[in-house]
Design a binder for this molecule. Sequence first.
Ligand code: IPM
Ligand code: MG
Length: 355
Amino acid sequence: MRHHRIAAIPGDGIGPEVVTAALEVLAVLAARDGGFRLDVTSFGWGSDRYRRTGALMPADGVAQLRGFDAILFGAVGAPDVPDHVTLWGLRLAICQGLDQFANVRPTRILPGVQSPLRGIGPDALDWVIVRENSEGEYAGQGGRSHRGQPHEIATETAIFTRTGVERIMRFAFELARARPRRRLTVVTKSNAQRHGLVLWDEIAAEVARDVPEVSWDKMLVDAMTVRMTLHPQSIDTVVATNLHADILSDLAAALAGSIGIAPTANLDPTRRAPSMFEPIHGSAFDITGKGIANPVGTFWSAAMMLDHLGETAAAARLMAAVEGALADPACHTPDLGGTATTRAMTDAVIAGLGR
Ligand code: IPM
Ligand code: MG
């Protein structure tokens, strides 16, 4: 029996609802698979803890997580706590603390889901966006002076290191090579951002020479939004900076039908530290507690987690059950235009796992 130690961090808002649903599905899946067991430890970190103690997680939180094989994360963010506090206090502290430098965001139009694009079938959109997850515009470099004065100044410095750019570029080229179309689009804004993103372009060309099986092209991020909307079939794997990919992945999720479906993996490809898996959506306070959050983004993230843990058969089985459930409009939660509950979708996926 293979054992995997999972840290669950449900977090805020609908996070606990979708993580509970995913843990239930994972437990059934493991029992029916029979080959592996998940030992889950839940951490009550998030905004409630911040209100009580002044910190979203304990000072040694990142060190505690190192003992696990993977992390399943829900969402973080609360209406009464500034977003930069919650983000830097938990999610970014974990991603950067464990050096999970590759953020991977697959996008597909799953069966039964309607894309807002006109005349687009399910095969038209099959992308993976690779987001640089350790530096760039999220490096946290900058400061503020002369607060409240007319000459107040704030700087926000993006950092691009050769090490950081090269490792994400190699990861993206390798991922593109492993996909059937072997095609990579390198996104920058190197016309306007003439230092860091010119370095990014140069490193892309260098790495490309080592991976000749992959055909690649370059796009400026603004033009990329047009291409994603008008020519989705022309895109396969995409690599972009931390902020650019943040924005493009929201667009991708919307074009694929709902932000409630999209998954994320924050990977440490070196496997020195555990990787973290989470739905792309946020804490969604407008629907918290109503039992209508779409758990599919977390289910898909859980499937990515199983893949990462080497449980590829179980991962495929989970995705097949998710696709089967989505194909039935009666299982659609309100973000997909339906009236189903989290419970109903979860039950349908469990039923679809088979014996
Ligand atoms: C994401 C989110 C986060 C980010 C937010 C919650 C700060 O939008 O994971 O894409 O910008 O990284
Ligand atoms: Mg985002």
